[in-house]
Design a protein around this ligand. Structure first.
Ligand code: ARG
Length: 474
């Protein structure tokens, strides 16, 4: 035995971590304690951690490892701890690193050595994987409710504006008239697919890693199906190595969240445009805007702008997670601890953005006249004129040419198409008759697009009703 070893032997062991300190000779470095702790952020998993521990204890009893009395003691102790945490009456200790060890140590302190049996056949590796799945499953359920509220607001607005005419754009140039209801239902389609993606993600994550222990499973006769069903999982995960190292569910959720945020950001961008003096299509309630400290006339669309900005943050979180995971060998590595902050931030930010939009969108003031006026600009019914000629037996390419020439002429005259006289129009094609003026109006244009998926008021009202039934029947 060399000198340093014997010196170490004499060192007091008191400040060494209770959960894993057995083989250590000196306490953790103060800086490393803070550097390696996750307690600051993983505290919020306390509820899931306790639920997981209760189910694990019940399973241990079920297979005869714990007695009924021991299990009861453990469960009561855990419930008591939960109450204290909820009441802000729990002494979190940084030296205990994370939420799991804090709760376990508190249990042992409160109920004595029976508490030490809880960790039988379990590791923090399968514990954290379970906690995180349980937590995210709950969060997805809450996010789905927020998504429902937003969709309902959008669909209701679409229903009341099924006949409100606005310009439709391509390349942000006025293209053809559409109805506002149709535009809003396009937003809803994006969100409806997002709901599908969240549901898929929830379904795939709903499996229980408990029993994988550190990585290789356990020697105890555990019943993984029992634990899985107690926690509302559909089944246990299939491979112990994968169970403790898989964070696909977090990456998948963050991918879905990034897609949702890119949808919200596109909506935000349109709201920013629509509230500008140049468009002047809508006004947002004052309570969702701010002013300028120097320009007294300003009313800035801060909420949509922030939502647009926060989409960058959520995409950043996804990239962080993908990068954290991409080089990890099997099985658990401490890198995994870095999964939580991006995931938590994604859930919080996404929830806030959904809430902001569902509170705001139903209260926007729609400036119907401005929308209608804008839709008559930019030769938006030129395609209708071409279709009109096709119906009079002019081949489409020829019709396209005729209309192109009429548009050029109108531009020269400083007029819109419906402002040309019949005589002037006949100069381009003698097939044009008095009835052309009906189809040159924005109203005629939208009404004639009355096929499934089209923009006519009747079709849009039907689509809005169907969309409402879809979200209500979830
Ligand atoms: N705090 C850890 C995490 O978030 C828990 C698992 C720790 N496991 C371990 N073997 N160090 O990932």
């Amino acid at each position: 035995m060399d000198k340093s070893e014997s010196a170490n032997k004499k060192k007091p062991k008191k400040a060494i971590n209770l959960s894993w300190g057995g083989r250590f000779n000196e306490p953790i470095d103060e800086f490393v304690k803070r550097f390696s702790a996750s307690l600051f952020f993983d505290k919020r998993l306390y509820n899931e951690d306790i639920l997981g521990s209760i189910a694990h204890a019940q399973m241990l009893e079920h297979v005869g490892i714990l007695t009924e009395g021991e299990t009861e003691k453990i469960i009561k102790g855990l419930e008591h701890i939960k109450k204290d945490i909820v009441n802000n009456n729990f002494n979190w200790l940084l030296e205990l690193e994370d939420v799991h060890m804090n709760i376990e140590a508190a249990l042992i302190q409160r109920i004595g050595s029976v508490g030490k049996k809880l960790h039988t056949g379990r590791s923090r590796n399968d514990q954290v994987a379970t906690d995180l799945r349980l937590w995210l499953r709950n969060q997805i359920d809450s996010i789905n409710k927020l998504l429902f509220n937003l969709q309902r607001g959008i669909i209701e607005l679409a229903l009341s504006h099924s006949a409100t005419i606005m310009p439709g754009f391509t390349h942000l140039q006025i293209a053809q008239p559409v109805t506002l209801g149709h535009h809003l239902l396009a937003w809803n389609e994006m969100l409806e697919r997002d709901y599908g993606r969240l549901t898929d993600c929830r379904e795939r994550l709903n499996q229980c890693p408990l029993g994988a222990a550190a990585l290789a499973g356990t020697t105890f006769p555990i019943d993984r199906k029992f634990t899985a069903s107690k926690l509302g999982f559909t089944k246990p995960t299939k491979n112990s190595l994968d169970s403790v190292s898989d964070r696909d569910f977090a990456m998948e959720f963050c991918s879905v969240a990034s897609i949702i945020m890119s949808h919200l950001s596109r909506m935000a961008e349109e709201l920013v445009l629509w509230t500008s003096a140049q468009f002047d299509f809508v006004t947002l309630p004052d309570r969702f805007c701010t002013g300028s400290s120097i320009m007294p006339q300003k009313k800035n669309p801060d909420v949509p702008e922030l939502v647009r900005g926060k989409s960058g943050r959520i995409t950043g979180n996804l990239i962080a997670l993908l990068t954290i995971m991409k080089s990890q060998p099997l099985a658990y590595n401490k890198d995994n601890q870095e999964d939580k902050e991006p995931l938590f931030d994604t859930v919080d930010t996404l929830s806030d953005c959904l809430r902001a939009f569902s509170d705001m969108i139903p209260y926007m003031k729609i400036k119907k006249n401005n929308m209608l006026e804008a839709s008559a600009k930019g030769f938006s019914t030129a395609t209708d004129l071409a279709d009109y000629l096709v119906n009079k037996n002019v081949p489409f390419r020829e019709a396209h040419e005729i209309v192109g020439k009429s548009v050029a002429f109108a531009i020269e005259q400083g007029l819109e198409l419906p402002q040309l006289s019949l005589f002037q129009m006949k100069g381009f094609s003698n097939k044009i008759e008095e009835d052309v003026f009906d189809i040159l109006t924005a109203k005629g244009s939208v009404e004639s697009r009355n096929h499934f998926g089209g923009t006519s008021p009747a079709v849009v009202a039907e689509a809005a009703n169907r969309a409402m039934i879809t979200i209500t029947n979830r």
